[in-house]
Design a binder for this molecule. Sequence first.
Ligand code: NI
Length: 186
Amino acid sequence: MSILKVARIGHPVVRTVARDVPRSAITSPDVQRLIDDMIETMHEYDGVGVAAPQVHVSLRLAVIEVPQSDERSRDGVPLTVLVNPVVTPLEDETVGGWEGCLSAPDLRGTVPRYRRVRLFALDRRGTPYTVEAEDFCARVIQHECDHLNGSVYLDRMRDMRSLSFLGEFERFVVDDLAEGDEDASA
Ligand code: NI
């Protein structure tokens, strides 16, 4: 497995709408290796998710994993591979929470997201699955799926005044974080 170079905002691939992974290609060695490399890249950079466009591959593919020890999530999120995902909100309610992105390093900002979503996707064997997610898990899913449409969390911010550098975020925000607020880099 290899650690892949992460594309940052400004690189056109981050802003390109990715294409579906052909179903017959999901189990190919190339795509399987890409999935393994994305997982290793996510771990290397302590992300909770990585989307293929972030590693210069314009395919509708993402990986997510939130360790159980992560205080932003009650139970963590097991390693999940999302191929050609479709996300549907399950309620109109949105909640604000802190996010970061490996493609916009060392920044944090508050982003409104649907609190509950349904995810339909294929796993790495090409088997369809559906999960319902809420709170932090739903946030990470929405963040990664945005990447597949050429969007980043900065586009979703309603008030840019929360945008903070990581050092200042840790100095001035983390201690004040109320329960329910979250910080994510994905
Ligand atoms: Ni991101």
